[in-house]
Design a protein around this ligand. Structure first.
Ligand SMILES: [Fe+2]
Length: 302
C-alpha cells in the first residue's frame, strides 16, 4: 500500500491579465486575498484552514503553474518523494523548505504529462470562519479535473505514486479519485493534457444558487448548470474567469467510507452528468472542454 497525499491544497495559475483575474477571484468569486510575494498573489477561502487555495501571477499566456497536494507529515512527504522517484518522474525539487509565505516542507515533480505537482505539509493554518447561512462564497477547494490522452494510464499513475484511490468511473471516459473521504479531489477526462476546471465547495445548494445569481449580476456567464452530477452526487454550476479558466461552485459532494466503498462504473448518458436535467435547459449551456495542451507543461514553475 502506497503512502497517500491527503488533500488538494492549492492550484497556481499564470494569466495574461492579472488585474482582471485578481478582481475576479477576490471580489466576484468570494476568495480572500491574503498576500503578495515575488509577483504571486495568494487567495484563501474563508471556510478553509489552508493559508491559500489559489495562487496567481502574470505571464504572457494562460497556464497552470502548479497543483499542490497536501501530506500529513514530513515523513510522509519523504515517503511520497520515494514513490515519485521509484516511478522515475522528472524531479523539479527535492524535499525541503517550501517557497512562499505559508512556509511548509515540500517537493516538486512533473507527472507523466508534464504537469508540475507539489506535495507539501506543515504550511501555516488559518482559523476558518463559520460562514453565515446564505453566504455564497467558497468554503474551500473541492476538486480539480484534468485532461490526459490516456485516462486509465494517468489513473494508475496517481494511484501508485500519490496513493489516490479509485472511487468511480463513467464508462472508460471519466475517472474519479479520492485521497480522503471526499468522493473526488481529482477527476480525469480524455483530451490533450490540460486543466479542465477547478471546483470550490460552497455550503449547500442554496448558497450555490445565490452564488449563481450574484455572478450573473456581475456579468459572469453561467457556462453549464445548475445541475447535480451522479458520480459524487454533487451539485454544479460552471463559469469562466476573465482569462478563460473554468471554475465551479459545487455543494453536497458525497463522502465515502474507505473500508466498504466499491467503485461503480456508470454507463455514460446525459442523465449521468446532469441528474436533474436542468443543465440541459439553456441552449449552448454545455460542459467545458479544454482542447489544447496546457502552456505550462514541462516548465519549471516560476
Ligand atoms: Fe467538477
Amino acid at each position: 500500500m502506497s503512502v497517500s497525499v491527503n488533500d488538494l491544497h492549492y492550484v497556481a495559475l499564470a494569466v495574461p491579465d492579472l488585474a482582471a483575474e485578481r478582481a475576479f477571484f477576490g471580489e466576484t468569486w468570494g476568495l480572500t486575498e491574503v498576500g503578495e510575494q515575488d509577483g504571486k498573489v495568494y487567495f484563501a477561502a474563508e471556510g478553509s484552514p489552508y493559508p491559500f487555495v489559489i495562487r496567481l501571477r502574470q505571464d504572457d499566456e494562460r497556464k497552470t503553474d502548479l497543483i499542490g497536494f497536501s501530506a500529513g507529515s514530513r515523513a510522509e512527504v519523504d515517503a511520497l518523494f520515494a514513490q515519485v522517484q521509484a516511478a522515475q518522474c522528472k524531479i523539479i525539487s527535492k524535499p525541503g523548505e517550501a517557497e512562499g509565505p505559508a512556509g511548509g516542507y515540500a517537493f516538486r515533480f512533473f507527472d507523466p504529462d508534464g504537469r508540475a505537482i507539489e506535495v507539501i505539509c506543515d504550511t501555516t493554518r488559518r482559523t476558518p470562519r463559520v460562514l453565515a447561512k446564505g453566504e455564497a462564497i467558497p468554503t474551500g477547494l473541492s476538486h480539480i479535473v484534468l485532461h490526459t490522452p490516456d485516462p486509465a494510464k494517468l489513473v494508475a499513475f496517481y494511484e501508485t505514486v500519490l496513493g489516490f484511490r479509485l472511487t468511480d468511473w463513467i464508462g472508460s471516459f471519466m475517472a474519479f479519485l479520492r485521497c480522503n473521504p471526499a468522493h473526488h479531489r481529482l477527476a480525469i477526462l480524455p483530451g490533450p493534457p490540460a486543466l479542465n476546471h477547478v471546483a470550490f465547495d460552497v455550503a449547500s445548494v442554496d448558497e450555490m444558487m445565490r452564488g449563481l445569481a450574484r455572478l450573473h449580476e456581475k456579468g459572469v456567464t453561467l457556462s453549464w448548470g445548475p445541475g447535480r452530477h451522479t458520480a459524487g452526487n454533487n451539485t454544479f454550476t460552471y463559469y469562466l474567469t476573465p482569462n478563460g479558466n473554468a471554475v465551479e461552485y459545487t455543494s453536497d459532494l458525497e463522502e465515502v467510507d474507505e473500508a466498504s466503498w466499491q467503485p461503480t462504473v456508470y454507463e455514460f448518458s446525459p442523465g449521468i452528468t446532469d441528474q436533474w436535467g436542468t443543465g440541459r435547459i439553456i441552449p449552448g449551456n454545455v460542459p467545458h472542454a479544454e482542447m489544447t495542451p496546457d502552456k505550462g507543461l514541462w516548465q519549471v514553475p516560476a
